[in-house]
Design a protein around this ligand. Structure first.
Ligand code: ZN
Length: 358
């Protein structure tokens, strides 16, 4: 009897240690709904956090990001990385910083060409907050020193890494098929996006903000300097970015569209992903409603609707837009060092498990 009790206690102890250990061994990622802006929260197994982009100005997106931080058990943002100076990527910072303390601010440096006065006013409001913390202006090849993860900057201020990441660098045969794109006025700042590769053991994710079709090219041609990925956050919300030469070289297993109901997840990006070798699923933050083409973004045909969306269980939000008091839904990713990961749709709790790649 006594031996049994000792054994029982030992089993409980091992079970508790395993559970506790497991919780500490995952990278948690929240793709936060900011209505067609961008905001992704990475929480390292050490508990340190990195927020990549911060959505639109005002209280709505700041509230949605603060709510996600609370769900994640994050009391401060250790590193805030702002990809570039368009309002849908950094506008919420002044409001957000009053809700969640931000320690280190990471960006590509000041805007060089500014087309919008709103964005310039936003930039000034941002720098006022940035000056209260520690500032890191990054260039390609720099690492963001979040504990427990390997986060490398691969693009910044229009420049890209010139030597391959570990394990990559093979010639990309798809470069021959690359067709340049005529890019719109927004492309100048979009192309300066700070982009990162996040590695946790064998798990690899890539987030390049609004990097453009033209700038992606330098990362994968003539050689693929990035390698292949488990998780790909689509560039530029899936509008006029993500060429087949780029996406098919990255061979993402899962792609997430940071789209809005009427923005991004374009027909072209959708079919490029659908035909990408090894792609298992497309997930989306919003259902894309039927809408006319935005010609300034290279769209030539009508967009959205049933045939240009993933199945509903892979879509976090079916409504067009949320009010500040409405609950928006995020996508949650839990990744492990062996390269396996799972995705959960907060709207339905639908969960899908992805085994480690071969
Ligand atoms: Zn942009």
């Amino acid at each position: 009897m006594r031996v049994t009790s000792v054994l029982f206690v030992a089993v409980l102890f091992v079970a508790a240690a395993t559970l506790g250990g497991h919780r500490q061994q995952s990278l948690e990622i929240y793709s936060i709904d900011v209505e067609g802006g961008n905001a992704v929260l990475f929480v390292s197994p050490t508990g340190e956090s990195l927020l990549f982009d911060a959505g639109n100005p005002g209280v709505r997106d700041a509230g949605q990001i603060a709510a996600a931080a609370q769900q994640a058990g994050v009391k401060q943002i250790n590193y805030l990385v702002i990809s570039h100076w368009h309002n849908d990527h950094f506008g919420s910072v002044p409001v957000l910083s009053a809700k969640v303390p931000i320690r280190n601010f990471v960006d590509h440096g000041p805007p060089m060409i500014e087309t919008s006065e709103n964005a310039l006013a936003g930039y000034k409001a941002y720098t006022a907050v940035r000056d209260t913390g520690h500032y890191m202006r990054v260039k390609p090849g720099d690492k963001i020193p979040i504990k427990g993860l390997d986060v490398q900057v691969v693009t910044s201020d229009g420049a890209a890494i010139t030597s391959p990441l570990q394990g990559s660098g093979a010639p990309n045969p798809l470069c021959r098929e690359f067709k340049p794109m005529v890019e719109n006025a927004a492309a100048a700042e979009d192309g300066r996006s700070t982009g990162i590769v996040v590695r946790f053991g064998r798990f690899r994710a890539i987030e390049l903000g609004d990097l453009t079709w033209t700038k992606e090219y330098a990362l994968v041609c003539p050689n693929n300097l990035l390698g292949t990925f488990d998780l790909y956050f689509t560039d530029r919300h899936g509008i006029a970015a993500g060429s087949p030469t780029f996406v098919h070289a990255l061979k993402p297993r899962v792609a997430i569209f940071d789209n809005g109901a009427r923005k991004g997840a374009s027909r072209e990006a959708f079919f490029t992903l659908k035909s990408s070798p090894g792609l298992e699923d497309i997930w989306q933050l919003h259902y894309g409603v039927p809408r006319p083409a935005r010609e300034a973004f290279g769209e030539t045909t009508d967009q959205g609707g049933k045939d240009l969306n993933a199945p509903e269980e892979f879509i976090a939000n079916l409504v067009e837009e949320h009010t500040p008091t409405d609950a928006a839904h995020n996508l949650e990713i839990s990744a492990r060092e062996d390269g396996s990961f799972s995705l959960t749709n907060q709207r339905t709790r639908y969960n899908k498990e992805y085994r480690p790649r071969q």
